[in-house]
Design a binder for this molecule. Structure first.
Ligand SMILES: Nc1ncnc2c1ncn2[C@@H]1O[C@H](COP(=O)(O)OP(=O)(O)O)[C@@H](O)[C@H]1O
Ligand SMILES: [Mg+2]
Length: 351
């Protein structure tokens, strides 16, 4: 019998993990599938919130959001959601969670039953399907609303607007269409990374040139030149896909501009037989709780309207090159994102 801090459970043998808490939020039962997810431990008798520290894709404490014991008295279940089980000292686990509440005659919660399904138990395609549909539908709708709204307005009331107003609407439509294109290409990248179909067309790449090109493009597009500080060193060329690595640099610099503030430092250095690029900014940085999650798909700071795919894609591309990427804090207090690429070898690789 596996260790769980109690006896057998009537839920043993079910494919999904089941964790039951009493009226006080203390775990009173859990089955063998839950133990497979949590690992052995003295789970029984401990607070449910501590046994299952669940956070949603926006990084919010799921228990604080759902509040089973003091929330709406009519609520008896929580819809199925993908959440992160973020336990101290353990790697994050993605689990599909639902919960049911039993209530007495006074509608007071008498027990909470949480069902957990880990990613292994469900096919990967199903998982990305669930997430994709909800996130993509949401992300596509807002730019499309703008496109549709302004197009309809221009078609119906063309004569009523000045040239300047028409130009403004067309610019908005254009920007929204760009956003849609960007989102769709990010989603295609995600699907290539997840299915192992990311193709690399390698050639000898000078990272300093890639960085300089990215920044020159931003300055040409109107960003103040004095926001950027490039520190180059004698860095060896590496075998890499220049478009894909350029995309990584672009993502990280874009993040430093959008999520950070102040000057953006891009430092190049030799590392091993390859090279390292480190980008730091002078903004608020990434909180300690968020640091382990920034590379997770769809994980983002909800306030700033990104898709949360940029760093997931960056990680996929860097790792496909045999490199590493990590996030931390800069001495300035801002964020530090760095990646290192090995010298690598020529050739066409599929990672
Ligand atoms: N330079 C930075 N400063 C502060 N937070 C950052 C920085 N870079 C990334 N982050 C955090 O990491 C999250 C994920 O980044 P990313 O995957 O690029 O998604 P997006 O930019 O679409 O939000 C961001 O939403 C933000 O909260
Ligand atoms: Mg980003």
């Amino acid at each position: 019998m596996p260790e769980r801090g109690g006896g057998e459970s009537v839920y043993d043998g079910l494919p999904d993990g089941v964790v039951v808490a009493d009226a006080n939020g203390t775990v009173v039962d859990l089955n063998d599938a839950a133990l497979r997810i949590l690992g052995p431990g003295d789970w029984q008798g401990r607070p449910l919130r501590d046994v299952l520290p669940l956070i949603d894709p926006q990084g919010r404490d799921w228990w604080a959001c759902t509040n089973p014991y003091d929330g709406l008295v009519t609520r008896v279940r929580q819809p199925e959601r993908w959440l992160t089980l973020a336990r101290e000292g353990q790697p994050d686990q993605t689990v599909l969670v639902t919960a049911a509440y039993r209530r007495d005659g006074q509608r007071k919660v008498t027990s909470v039953i949480v069902s957990l399904r880990d990613t292994k138990a469900r096919s990967r395609s199903e998982k990305s399907g669930t997430e994709l549909i909800s996130v993509v539908a949401h992300e596509l709708r807002s730019p499309l609303t703008g496109v549709k709204g302004f197009t309809a307005t221009l078609l119906n009331k063309w004569e009523r607007f000045t040239d300047e107003q028409r130009l403004h609407m067309l610019k908005t439509i254009n920007a929204d269409a760009d956003r849609l294109t960007r989102l769709i290409s990010e989603l295609l990248d995600v699907s290539r990374i997840e299915s192992g179909r990311l193709e690399l067309h390698k050639q000898l790449v000078d990272l300093a040139t890639l960085v300089e090109r990215d920044i020159a493009g931003r300055v040409a597009a109107g960003e103040a030149a004095d926001r950027f500080v490039i520190e180059t060193a004698d860095v060896p060329e590496v075998w890499a896909d220049p478009d894909k690595v350029g995309q990584v640099v672009g993502n990280i610099v874009e993040n430093a501009l959008r999520h950070g503030s102040g000057a953006v430092h891009v430092r190049l250095a030799a590392e091993g037989d390859g090279a390292r690029v480190t980008v730091t900014d002078e903004g608020e940085g990434i909180s300690a709780e968020a640091l382990p999650r920034v590379f997770t798909k769809f994980w983002r700071d909800a306030r700033r309207g990104g898709t949360g795919l940029g760093l997931f894609i960056a990680k996929g591309i860097v790792e496909a090159h045999g490199g590493v990427i990590e996030a931390g804090s800069a001495e300035t207090g801002g964020a530090r994102i760095g990646f290192a690429l090995p010298l690598g070898a020529p050739g066409h690789a599929e990672a």
